[in-house]
Structures are given as C-alpha cells and as structure tokens.
Design a binder for this molecule. Structure first.
Ligand code: FAD
Ligand code: NAP
Length: 345
C-alpha cells in the first residue's frame, strides 16, 4: 500500500467533481489477509498518520465541494465467501471494498436470496450499512448479521452486531456518532436458500413482471425487473454525474399530512408503521417545478426530480446551491424542510 500525492478524485466520485485529495492510499486486502488477521500494515499506516482521514468507497453518495485535505483511505478490501451454512440460509462475509452490485449478481448466480431488490445500487459493500441502503421495499438491515470496523485512531477492529448499528431509514450509527471514526472492513449478510421470500410490493416491479407475463417470479426475475426499471429511469453516472436521490423522503405527522391533503388533494403519501406519513421528496420537488429544470451546469433530472445532476462542468458549490434552491422552494410551498441524503463535504 503506497501513498499517492495530489490525486484527482474526478473518477472516484459519481458526481464527477474534479477535486484533489492531498494524499490517497488504496487499502488493498483480500479474504486470505483477513482470515490471517493480516491487517497490520494498515494499522501501521494509521498509527504513523497524523493527518485528517477521509474514507472513500465508490464515491456514489457524496458531494465534494472542496479539495480533500489529509489522507483519503480508498477501500479496496476484497473477498466474497460463505462462512456458515444453515438449512434455510447462509452467512456470507464480504470485503468492504467489493462492489455492491457485483455481490448481488454473485448471490443470484449462487441462488441466494434477500438482496435482489437492491440490484444496481452503486458503491461498495462497506458503505452499504452506513445509510442502510434501501430500494423497492428492502433494506440492508433485513439481511445484515454483523460487520467489522477498524477504529481509525487506535487501529483496533471491533465487531458490530445488528443491535449496535441503530439502523433507520437511510441511516445508522455510522452516519451519525461514528461518522469518519471507523473504517468498515467486512460485512456479514444472511442470504436465503430457496424457497425465497419474494418482495414485489412496489408497483413498478409488479408492472414490469406483468408486462413480461411472469406470475411467479424468482429472485432473478425480480433482479432483472429492478435493473430494467432503474436503467430506464435513473441517469447513469458514467454519462451524467449524480449521486442518486439527493434528499431523503420526509416523514410527517398525521396532523401535518391531513393539512397537506386538504391543500393538495393529489398529494402522494405512504402510511408508515410509526403512524407518520412518508411523502416522496421527488413529488414535492416536481410540484415546485424543478423536474427537468437546468440552471447553468446543474439541475434536477428530467425523469426523477429527486436526482440532482452535473451536466459536466459543475462544481460542488454549484450543485449545493441548486440543492439549497430546491430546499427553499419546498419549504415555501409545503412547509417541509428536505434534508440531504448525500454526504456533503
Ligand atoms: P461513498 O459515497 O464512497 O461514501 C459514502 C459515505 O460513507 C461517506 O461519508 C464515506 O466517508 C463513508 N464510507 C464509505 N465507505 C466506508 C467504509 N468502508 N467505512 C466507513 N465509512 C465509509 N442508495 C440507496 O440506499 N438506495 C438506492 O437505491 C440508491 N441508488 C442509487 C443510484 C445511483 C445512480 C447513485 C449514484 C446512488 C444511489 N444510491 C442509493 C446511493 C449510494 O449508491 C449508496 O449510498 C452507496 O451505499 C454508497 O456507497 P459508496 O461506496 O459509493 O459510498
Ligand atoms: P418510485 O417507485 O417512483 O417511488 C417514489 C417514492 O415513493 C420512493 O422513494 C418510495 O420510497 C415511495 N414508494 C413507492 N412505492 C412504495 C410502496 N409500495 N411502499 C412504500 N413506499 C413506496 O421511486 P424511484 O425513485 O423510482 O425509486 C425506486 C426505489 O429505489 C425506491 O425504493 C428508492 O428509494 C430507491 N432509489 C434510491 C436512490 C437513492 O439514491 N437513495 C436512488 C434511486 C432509487 P422509498 O424511497 O422509501 O422506497
């Protein structure tokens, strides 16, 4: 592992923002290194380091508004292996630097279920617990067993079980109290053997399956449907810089929802188990006229208003200014303050 100085991060963040990392190191380990607990080299580097540390996975959930001072740790810890087999499921240990969608494809190829609804989400496995990635009615926490993370100050590796992670909607302890303090090196997931529990609760999946005449979908059919929907709707970061949904979907109280329904009878909302209502942020933004609107080098995507895009030459500051404009207009129209899902630096 060697330190690279003045490394451009343009190719390492999906907004395609051309900022520079003062120093960067690729943390390269495989499952054998892990089995042997051979992470001493990384520990040594961390011990000697006096600079600020910045963890980078696939860069698909961050907005970089400035150059990164200090040392960037780029997670390239690899390995996917079944570590325990049970009658109905297996435990799979995955290196934090593995690509998430590669893991989904591996699971489907090995007839293992549970993450097919999370197909085509960019980024690394190590980042997946951070915002408890979710899509189409499934969240990482549904299959999560435990993870290992290295304390960036002491170099000590600690295991975090489900109850330690405080998972919430696009949220966990790693996005709050432990943000920037630990490096998630390995994640263990519980994947099912057939017969799988298939989740087609989201209308878009049902529609695609119906169009294909599939009545009894298996995990591959669900994954294919999700890939088809996402490819038709979401901008490909390789062609148009973006970080997926820029904002979280807000949750409002039943009282606030009733007020909104009175004022906006066509409002879209989902009743949640906690009694609150989830309003799709994309709908709120669209109602404010932002869908497909471009201002300079940035704007809200034409097919999904929740996604802010870089038309090529935007700076992080420009994108942030656009996000602020969107927040302001949603507050003015609906009295709801959107919060960023993307990590802003
Ligand atoms: P990065 O962007 O590199 O990092 C995100 C944050 O986590 C940063 O604060 C970083 O410092 C920290 N971090 C990264 N790795 C580690 C680690 N190993 N240990 C400790 N901290 C770490 N998200 C969803 O939940 N659902 C979706 O459906 C979804 N769809 C998307 C579609 C598109 C087109 C895009 C561009 C993004 C989408 N996202 C979605 C957001 C994003 O893909 C996920 O949040 C993903 O988990 C981020 O992974 P990453 O490796 O790119 O993280
Ligand atoms: P969509 O299907 O157009 O739905 C809009 C919003 O309504 C979604 O955000 C979703 O909330 C909610 N929703 C739809 N059907 C629902 C149901 N049956 N029950 C509860 N909530 C429902 O959304 P989309 O933009 O095309 O995204 C599809 C899925 O992929 C969503 O789950 C979305 O979160 C995920 N996605 C996430 C990102 C990201 O960067 N985080 C980017 C693209 C897509 P939820 O978001 O809570 O599911």
């Amino acid at each position: 592992m060697k330190i690279e100085a003045q490394q451009s991060l343009k190719d390492y963040n999906t907004f395609g923002l051309d900022v520079t990392a003062e120093q960067m190191i690729r943390v390269r380990l495989d499952s054998d290194d892990y089995r042997n607990r051979d992470i001493s080299e990384l520990k040594k580097i961390l011990k000697a380091n006096k600079q600020r540390l910045f963890i980078l996975g696939g860069g698909s959930n961050m907005l970089l508004t400035q150059d990164v001072k200090g040392l960037v740790l780029k997670n390239e810890i690899k390995g996917i292996e079944i570590i325990r087999s049970f009658k109905h499921c297996v435990h799979v240990a995955v290196g934090g630097g593995e690509n998430w969608h590669k893991l989904v494809l591996w699971a489907i190829k090995n007839k293992l279920g549970g993450i097919e609804n999370l197909s085509l989400i960019p980024g690394t496995v190590g980042a997946s617990p951070i915002q408890n990635i979710g899509a189409y009615g499934v969240e990482l926490k549904d299959v999560f067993v435990r993870l290992e993370a290295m304390d960036l100050k002491t170099g000590k590796v600690k295991t975090y079980y489900h109850q330690d992670c405080d998972f919430g909607y696009r949220d966990s302890i790693f996005k709050r109290k432990l943000k920037g303090k630990v490096l998630i090196t390995r994640v263990v997931l519980r994947l099912s053997n057939a017969p799988h529990k298939i989740n087609t609760s989201y209308g878009a999946i049902q529609k695609v399956l119906a169009e294909k005449g599939i009545q009894d979908p298996d995990i591959k059919a669900v994954s294919d449907a999700v890939i088809e929907i996402r490819s038709s709707k979401l901008p490909d970061p390789d062609k148009l810089g973006n970080a997926g949904s820029f904002f979280k979907n807000p949750e409002v109280s039943a009282t606030k929802y009733k007020q909104l329904l009175k004022a906006f009878p066509n409002i879209v909302a989902y009743h949640l188990d906690n009694g609150k209502y989830k309003i799709p942020a994309g709908w709120l933004i669209e109602q404010c006229g932002w869908k497909g609107k471009r201002i300079g080098n940035t704007g809200s995507h034409a097919q999904q208003a929740l996604v802010i895009v870089n038309y090529g030459k935007a700076t992080g500051e420009e994108i942030k200014a656009h996000a602020d404009r969107v927040i302001k207009s949603v507050v003015e129209r609906f009295g709801i303050r959107l919060t960023a899902e993307v990590n802003i630096y």
